[in-house]
Ligand binder design. Sequence first.
Ligand code: AOS
Ligand code: ZN
Ligand code: ZN
Length: 399
Amino acid sequence: MTGSTAHEARTVAAKAVLKRQSIETPSWAYGNSGTRFKVFAQAGVPRTPREKLDDAAQVHAFTGAAPTVALHIPWDRVEGGPEGYAKLAAYAEERGVKLGAVNSNVFQDDDYKLGSVTNPDPAVRRKAVGHLLECVDIMDATGSRDLKLWFSDGTNYPGQDDLRDRQDRLAEALRTVYARLGDDQRMVLEYKLFEPAFYATDVPDWGTSYAHCLKLGEKAQVCVDTGHHAPGTNIEFIVAFLLREGRLGAFDFNSRFYADDDLMVGAADPFQLFRILYEVRRGGGLEADSGIAFMLDQCHNIEAKIPAIIRSVMNVQEATAKALLIDAEALAAAQREGDVLAANGVLMDAYNTDVRPLLEEVREELGLDPDPMGAYRRSGWQERIVKDRVGGVQAGWGA
Ligand code: AOS
Ligand code: ZN
Ligand code: ZN
């Protein structure tokens, strides 16, 4: 194959992957959010879970790549028990999207001051596990596959609690919830270096999450939130390792300059996103049946929410397209020969390719407008929600 024919073949293959790529958007990103200093309310934000789905449907309509929406309980609580959630799922489908992962919340009650599932008080632990089990009931009703677990649990001062006992309590809670999962359901366990605990977090890193998942079984998988590492961490190594071990269940994509900033994915460090997506490709994570949930976990505190989410989806698409354009054969050959500069050059060639025209073609071939940002702006949706919706809800953070 000549160089240009090979490039052509890679482009065709890349387009096929990009056409079926899906990125799950988080319901909370559509609502107001802020820092602990201030929430800047925006006009037109959703007042109900259904309105969040209406907005998510817009993101999918213009990108063709965001067909599912993650829920967060209790922020998306609806009346009517399981039937209420089944109705919410049906509503989503009418709008052209589906409900995705159910995010649990055991971090916002006064009872959880000293932890939820790792709290020294068994009554608080029972309450937290009760909430997680309720989330699985909701998954049964919505048809969601994944229960997303993030624990804010930890301690602020040395000696505050016993680090080992807290691991035992965590393991016990996870076992109880794991036992409740149906055959087609999974739990994805997120880790985070710090915040809100500042001395010791109970699930601070991928190794802790992985070790718990290993003991639980195949339905327990690690969730990598790209904003949850120490500065300078090589996240793509973690991704490569977890994929090798068959334990990478999900991503929470976002970007950060300092800590868990929850900014738009690909905004702070598009090169890092490209490196991560290359490892995803390398580990088979872009195959149709990889089972990896590619989710966004972001808050749009100062920028308009729907266009920010559209932009985020596009940023993931661009990084994926570049990762797919890497000439794997040339890379492997350079690596075999120990040609450091050539190997690095292969990666950089792909990274430095302008993939926007390729993605425009992909969208046109899918019957979409090649310019999702412009199409959304022209659609009039933003003006309509600003006029129709008064008194939008806060996403939950800082509430
Ligand atoms: C918190 O830092 C985590 O990223 C969780 O994923 C959290 O549950 C999510 O941000 C929704 O609140
Ligand atoms: Zn997250
Ligand atoms: Zn986070």
